[in-house]
Design a protein around this ligand. Structure first.
Ligand SMILES: [Mg+2]
Length: 301
């Protein structure tokens, strides 16, 4: 009996699930989407929120660095705006035509008998559109996206006291020319210009990578054990946050492994060479997700 148990352990694959970031992970940076997206965010800040053009670079850097995403940072420092409006503005004009069907990746994914999920900070519309352009829309069990982590009505979806949702109570709202509202805006540039910033940064209501809360929430939603999950990411910060919560990590987009990465691959196409153990386990798979609607599983919008 003891021998039998040991034998079973040896045969058991190391992972249950492959958890994939989407942008710049399942397709390369060279598609140009990232560059246009960054410019669209800048335009949104100027056109919709009325932020002065000469402050955009410094502000964007500080928000990204301190809040995970510029969007989370904008909300954190007091700008209020419609999330769908933001997402449609920054993603609506992306050069999706640069994303081509990727049959090589599709075959790789479909032949890997593990649970496979997308975990992105982007919204559902963008995720579904990008996956569809890549011809990968039926390769995943579900998509954990912005709406999954930030449901409009928390009590309707994932009510979890461990996750900190900050209320969006507004005071002294000012309406900008484009309808977005802002309460008192926290001067984050001034804050960091002081030699010893004493004030505490305001919190953001938005849950996103690389916050450990966001990753733990995603694991909980999908019922994943981090020790048995392989996490694919292009972002160094996200890789390191993933490692802190116990995930096995694969850095995509470079062959130089950063601290926190267990593997590194120049392109997701190198998966077989870089992580051969995924194919080594003798797995009798009953895990197949090939219906067109499978991607909706965890999408809450
Ligand atoms: Mg990415």
């Amino acid at each position: 009996m003891e021998y039998e148990n040991r034998f079973r352990q040896v045969q058991r694959p190391k992972y249950d699930c492959l958890l994939f970031d989407l942008d710049d992970t399942l397709y390369p940076l060279s598609t140009g989407l990232h560059k246009v997206c960054t410019q669209n965010i800048r335009d949104y800040m100027i056109e919709k929120l009325g932020i002065e053009k000469n402050k955009i670079d410094e502000l964007s850097n500080l928000l990204y660095k301190n809040y995970g995403t510029t969007m989370a940072g904008l909300r954190g420092i007091g700008y209020d705006f419609d999330y769908d409006d933001y997402h449609s503005f920054v993603h609506g004009k992306l050069p999706y035509e640069n994303l081509k069907p990727d049959p090589v990746l599709r075959n790789l994914l479909l032949n890997l008998p593990y649970r496979k999920l997308i975990f992105t900070n982007a919204d559902k519309v963008h995720a579904v559109k990008a996956l569809s352009r890549l011809g990968l829309e039926d390769c995943f069990e579900g998509i954990i996206c912005f709406e999954t982590l930030n449901p409009i009505n928390k009590s309707n979806v994932y009510d979890d006291d461990d996750i900190e949702f900050i209320g969006s109570t507004k005071t002294n709202d000012l309406t900008t020319t484009n309808g977005a509202t802002r309460s008192k805006i926290f001067d984050i540039i001034g804050h960091f210009a002081q030699p010893n910033p004493s004030a505490v940064l305001p919190k953001t209501p938005i849950i996103c990578k690389p916050s450990e809360n966001a990753i733990e929430f995603a694991l909980k939603i999908a019922n994943l054990n981090p020790q048995r999950t392989l996490f694919f990411e292009d972002s160094v910060r996200n890789i390191q946050a993933g490692k802190r919560v116990g995930l096995h990590t694969v850095q995509v987009g470079t062959s130089q492994k950063v601290k926190g990465a267990d593997y590194a691959l120049e392109s997701i196409h190198n998966l077989r060479q870089a992580v051969p153990e995924l194919w080594e386990a003798d797995i009798k798979s009953d895990v197949t997700y090939t219906t067109k609607h499978a991607v909706e599983t965890f999408v809450t919008a």
